[in-house]
Ligand binder design. Structure first.
Ligand code: HEC
Length: 193
């Protein structure tokens, strides 16, 4: 009985301590998810809207030129719109633009998403990594979720002009031969409080 009481006491203390400390972390986590979600949505909506317009205007070649000229600078311009301490980017292990290659723990996290998917686990909407005190990374996994992605990330060897243009701009391109529902990469929003 004595033992049981002390165990109860220890766990009570532990839970009080835990309840104290994570409160702040919990609010930071909640904020990270909110900021991460809204920033990722802004990027997806902006890229998607522009891509659709170019596809409708001049087909895949026009949209490709838009992506290679604008996707990266556009991401940078969204960065300027985000609140101070927040930045956004897209990453992929099989990237097209080497500037989108994963850094630090990012590659491991992308691999984890991929392993989950290989086990038939539905991917989570997001993951949050604490990278330092008051610094978090919000990850939103991206899949090939639309047939249109395959025009530029599928078997592009069948479209000679497009393939040539891609190789010209991105000699190190790895972002092709994807299939529907393949894991493609992630949007990463870094937030410093
Ligand atoms: C018209 C061609 C085109 C289409 C369609 C397209 N992309 Fe891309 N994608 C590109 C180009 C070009 C880049 C490199 C942009 C840059 O320089 O940052 C890219 C980059 C990316 C990246 C960043 C990582 C990397 O490989 O550099 C992701 C993630 C991505 N695309 C996902 C998608 C998804 C998901 C779809 C479908 C919803 C899609 N793309 C449709 C051309 C396209």
């Amino acid at each position: 009985m004595k033992l049981l009481q002390s165990i109860t006491l220890i766990s009570l203390c532990a839970s009080i301590l835990l309840a104290e400390a994570p409160q702040e972390t919990r609010t930071e986590l909640q904020k990270t998810v909110e900021i991460g979600e809204s920033s990722a949505k802004l990027l997806i909506d902006t890229l998607g809207k522009n891509m659709k317009e170019h596809m409708a205007k001049g087909g895949a070649m026009d949209a490709l030129k838009y992506c290679s000229d604008e996707a990266y600078p556009l991401t940078e311009s969204i960065n300027k719109k985000l609140q101070q301490g927040t930045s956004i980017k897209r990453i992929s292990v099989k990237y097209r633009n080497p500037a989108n290659a994963p850094k630090e723990n990012e590659a491991k996290i992308l691999e984890s998403f991929e392993s989950l998917q290989a086990l038939n686990v539905a991917l989570p909407e997001y993951l949050v990594e604490k990278t330092a005190e008051k610094t978090y990374k919000y990850y939103k996994p991206l899949t090939i979720n639309n047939e249109v992605c395959l025009k530029c990330h599928g078997n592009i060897a069948t479209d000679i002009d497009l393939k040539r243009e891609v190789s010209k701009v991105y000699p190190l391109d790895k972002a092709f031969n994807y299939k529907m529902n393949d894991f493609r990469g992630a949007i990463v929003v870094t937030i410093k409080y």
